[in-house]
Design a protein around this ligand. Structure first.
Ligand SMILES: [Fe+2]
Length: 238
């Protein structure tokens, strides 16, 4: 009888232990399911945010393209030129290890001449050399472009490129005659790409120079350019 009692107690303990374990497992499983649900929910939210960001980027790109298209209506040489400048700038930037986001650099290069929208068609498309006063008007495209973007929340590199891409390393540029590294690096970079593409492109008043001739012209005026970036440029485009 004592043996029976001991067995009964043992089996009772066994059952209690079993139930306890069962309860624990069930609880653990429902916790796990709850956790999984939360993760799925977060995943969904992240996917939605990602889509929103993608949509925003597409929107910004479209607005930038529209702006360049508007400029193209005034100055038919702009789109090709802007795209070329973007391509050359990217090539130099990749080799020079610049601390500028590649996408921002592309936008900056595409938009650098946007202020030309504010320049009169007569001056913009004059097939012969500009008079001195017309040249002064033309130079205003840097400031006009900057006026158009200065209060926007776009990256500072884009604003710097628009305002300073005609400054020269030796202080002979415009609009402020800035010198050396006082000129933001994005503008020093775009200046080289800008001049090279302008030289090698046919314009109404002259044929485009060959690559070799353009290199020689730039080399002759090398004091105007950031020496480090110029070195990289010659190596990259060659
Ligand atoms: Fe320009």
């Amino acid at each position: 009888a004592i043996e029976d009692l001991v067995n009964e107690i043992k089996s009772k303990e066994k059952n209690e232990f079993k139930n306890l374990l069962k309860g624990l497992v069930t609880k653990y499983q429902s916790n796990l399911n709850e956790h999984k649900k939360q993760i799925d929910e977060q995943k969904k939210q992240i996917d939605e945010q990602k889509k929103q960001i993608d949509d925003d980027v597409i929107f910004v790109k479209d607005i930038i393209l529209m702006t360049i298209n508007l400029l193209e209506m005034k100055d038919p040489y702009t789109i090709d030129h802007s795209k070329n400048v973007a391509g050359i700038s990217l090539q130099i930037a990749n080799k020079a290890n610049l601390d500028i986001d590649i996408q921002i650099l592309q936008f900056a290069a595409l938009l650098h001449d946007i202020g030309k929208i504010g320049i009169s068609d007569y001056v913009l498309n004059k097939p012969i050399k500009l008079s001195k006063s017309e040249y002064v008007m033309m130079q205003q495209h840097t400031i006009l472009g900057f006026e158009a973007v200065k209060n926007l929340s776009i990256d500072k590199n884009i604003k710097d490129a628009i305002l300073y891409h005609h400054e020269s390393y030796d202080g002979t540029g415009y609009p402020y005659k800035l010198k050396g590294n006082d000129i933001p690096v994005v503008a020093r970079l775009i200046k080289i790409a800008d001049v090279y593409d302008a030289l090698t492109t046919d314009r109404p008043y002259r044929q485009g120079f060959s690559k070799k001739e353009a290199f020689e012209i730039i080399q002759r005026e090398k004091s105007k350019y950031d020496p480090e970036l110029l070195k990289v440029f010659f190596k990259t485009i060659e």
